[in-house]
Design a protein around this ligand. Sequence first.
Ligand code: GUN
Length: 294
Amino acid sequence: MTSPHPDNVIDGRAIAACVLGELGQRIAELKKRSAQPGLAFVRVGDDPASKVYVGRKEKTCGELGIFSETKVLPNDTPERDLLALIDTLNSDERLHGILVQAPLPAHISEARVYSSVMPQKDVDGFHPVNVGKLMLGDAGGFRPCTPAGILELLARSNIRTQGAEAVILGRGNIVGKPMAAMLCQKGKNANATVTLCHSATRDIRSHCLRADILIAAIGAAEFVKADMVKPGAAVIDVGVNRVNGKLVGDVDFAAVQKLAGKITPNPGGVGPMTIAMLMHNTVTAAERFHGMTH
Ligand code: GUN
């Protein structure tokens, strides 16, 4: 099938399908040993976006042959009840991964919740042990799915990170900070010079204009305009913003696409890769549990 996109548009769905295809082979190997990867989803409250995201992740598990189980708790669940549930999931041998969907209600400490998932099942890469391993360049942990998916998109689209100026907009724990940590590592598909911009950054535009790789994870609709992008740059749009009932990214796609070297569409860019990397981490967790490599 040919890509429905112009030449410079990165087809995240096609690249995610490739990653999932490779995982299918690893799942088949596990099956030969009578093992099946298993992933638990926990959702607290009724945030509509979280419902959609978890629904997509469950569906992909089903298609790949990963066992999954979803626990939905009411919005007013006490934190101790959520921690008790995580304890139960930690000791359930059918489950190799646990994902507690963010955001959590305000009365629950995300830090305490993510620290309570055992690091070996932390397929989100949010536990302090895995955050530490990422910073240290230790491949034995788990890397957060969205930035890991972006690195995979760059690598599979032949976008060179080696020596590149990478500018990241947004310093969140889920995307911006781990993205910076990954891109600045010594090694293949990294070795970039990283600038992390945030709400206190002066003259963001001047930083963006230096970028060979510009990653927008700032949560502001169409924040990145054409006059902020160096011609030929790779532009990665992580944003999901609802404007008048319509979903738009952090990049003004129509204008930026005309001068970018490569650009992700939104939807159809980063989103499918986040799911693919979650499946990747879950398969890796199962392989480690069963004493296989990775
Ligand atoms: N909410 C938005 N992105 C994510 C993610 O990658 N993991 C979890 N658990 N929640 C999210």
